[in-house]
Design a binder for this molecule. Sequence first.
Ligand code: PLP
Length: 361
Amino acid sequence: MPRVYNFSAGPSMLPQGVLRRSADELEDYNNTGMSVMEMSHRSKTFMAVYEKVYAKLRRVMDIPDTHEALFLQGGATLQFASIPMNLMKGHESADYAITGFFSNKAYVEGQKYGGARVALSTKSSDYTIIPLQSSFTVDPKAAYFHYCHNNTIFGSRWPYMPETENVPLVCDMSSSILSEPVDVSKYGIIYAGAQKNMGPSGLTVVIVRRDLMGNALPYTPSVMDYAAQSQGESMVNTPPTYGIYLLGLVLDWLENLGGVTAIEKRNREKAKLLYDLIDDSNLYRASIAADSRSMMNVTFNLGNVELDAEFVKQAAKRGLVSLAGHRATGGIRASIYNAMPIEGVRALCDFMKEFEFDYGK
Ligand SMILES: *Cc1c(COP(=O)(O)O)cnc(C)c1O
């Protein structure tokens, strides 16, 4: 079977070059006679892999010395609990911006470990917008302000960085990390599950301002304690070794393309092809307000569920797969993360034009 264009929201496509290199090295990594999967995480060979990936991530994201980078497990979902456990001490509550499915999950989890306040919610507009800064307030006593940069399910993206004064900004970047430059110095915490833009599931990257570490609530499991993980080089227990190695290959691929500035340009171009087609069409309707649209998850629908289903079915026959929207929203979602080549987006656009010719009015 030839490779398909996979529009899955996650786990999602990896660059073909990364898959090939990992296959080449699968059984014999760097003349060790074993796979990276098979070696001790404390071995010299793996420690060298780890140090390189750590340095590469810092370089690609331009992470300042004020911030630590951790390679953990448990997905973004475990961070919904780790964040309050590490940051809540000495505070009565934290602020949450609810602009979609995962930011709401983060809020619900946050309530278990301290007070959680809804600073804003866009539920009443079905999560189709991102509100202006002037429409909400930040509690100056909040332990942190949590938001989700790119709402994977609804297909929206914060077009600006919220201003929170001295309240640490905490951001779930699971579906947008490495897709555009980010000023890491402005954040208290940036975290992401790897399976959208960084590698396979099982690895979670957490970037945390060093002065926010070391204040975990007493019952915090040590694998969730940022200070303990930082001291132990993310090896309080066995880290997701193969995921870390694959992240290294993805970062090599990204650096060869020109890094986050170059990939942002490519991502903008890819998203524009789709949104322009949707906006010019009589059949397709974009789900999200024009100023808040995601570059990674393009959501739209065809006005009725049967037609949406027919679209997904016919697209799959052309090797354009996983286009069905999330079960919570229905419709269509084309996830076009970093690894989706522009040719894949062009192929989808060609199919959409033909489908409109056949089914549009
Ligand atoms: C996928 C996703 C999650 C959930 O990640 P897990 O690794 O499954 O815990 C959380 N937030 C966002 C924005 C996501 O896209």
